[in-house]
Design a protein around this ligand. Structure first.
Ligand code: MN
Length: 235
């Protein structure tokens, strides 16, 4: 925080810094923004009614304070009857960058995690039909459970490994992160051309096929081999 910022006085108490846990550490990773990649696995693009292609990846965002810790309870959100899970590899950005070349992109990554891009699918379908933004479909309260991050110093840069999700123990999604259409270096480089990447930015890298609804009381478990596991309950 700059000197100017630390001496700024506020008319109401400033909001707390959102953060995600770090595995085997008491210090947490502060969250600045959450970028999400759409349709990054061919089979998921097909199940959403699209032809997978190599068109540049597109992005949407979630508020920084939509993160939920591993083991948490996500209240069933309002205004939906079709809440969907999407298991995703999460990239945590540690250093700033603009116009980052692909071959240097991984230098900006602090670590990785496992997240669930919770989606009000009915609101998303309506938004698509009307050509409206996805914010209400994707960026609601508690919409971004993210399990404890692991630093690159510990796990390197995972390029392959099983990604999976189960609801009440029944396997729903299973693929491999090597199936991503746009790989992590390409995603990081692409974001950095549109906005300046900043420390604390998270990128959710898209979900494989098998998305579906959950009800109140469901327990969602999932993971990425070599990165970690996540477990949340729908309240
Ligand atoms: Mn997603």
């Amino acid at each position: 925080m700059s000197d100017t910022a630390s001496t700024t006085r506020f008319v109401i108490p400033p909001p707390p810094v959102s953060s995600v846990a770090v595995q085997r550490a008491s210090a947490r990773f502060p969250v600045r923004r959450i970028f999400c990649v759409g349709r990054n696995y061919a089979a998921h693009a097909r199940e959403m009614g699209r032809d997978p292609d190599r068109e540049p990846p597109f992005f949407f965002t979630k508020p920084a304070d939509s993160v939920v810790d591993d083991g948490g309870i996500v209240p069933y959100p309002p205004q939906t009857g079709n809440l969907h899970y999407e298991i995703e590899l999460v990239v945590a950005i540690g250093t700033a960058g603009t116009d980052v070349p692909e071959e240097r992109a991984l230098d900006h990554v602090w670590g990785y995690g496992v997240g669930i891009d919770l989606t009000r699918r009915d609101l998303q379908s309506a938004a698509k039909e009307l050509g409206r933004p996805w914010d209400w479909a994707k960026g609601f309260d508690h919409s971004a459970p993210v399990a404890s991050l692991r630093p690159v110093s510990e796990i390197g840069h995972p390029a392959s490994g099983r990604i999976w999700l189960a609801v009440d123990g029944a396997l729903k999604q299973q693929s491999d992160i090597s199936e991503m259409i746009w790989k992590v270096p390409e995603i990081v480089a692409t974001v950095s051309r549109a906005v300046e990447l900043r420390p604390g930015d998270l990128i959710m890298t898209g979900t494989p096929e098998g998305v579906g609804p959950v009800e109140r009381g469901c327990v969602i478990t999932g993971g990425v081999e070599g990165v970690g596991d996540i477990r949340i309950a729908i309240g």
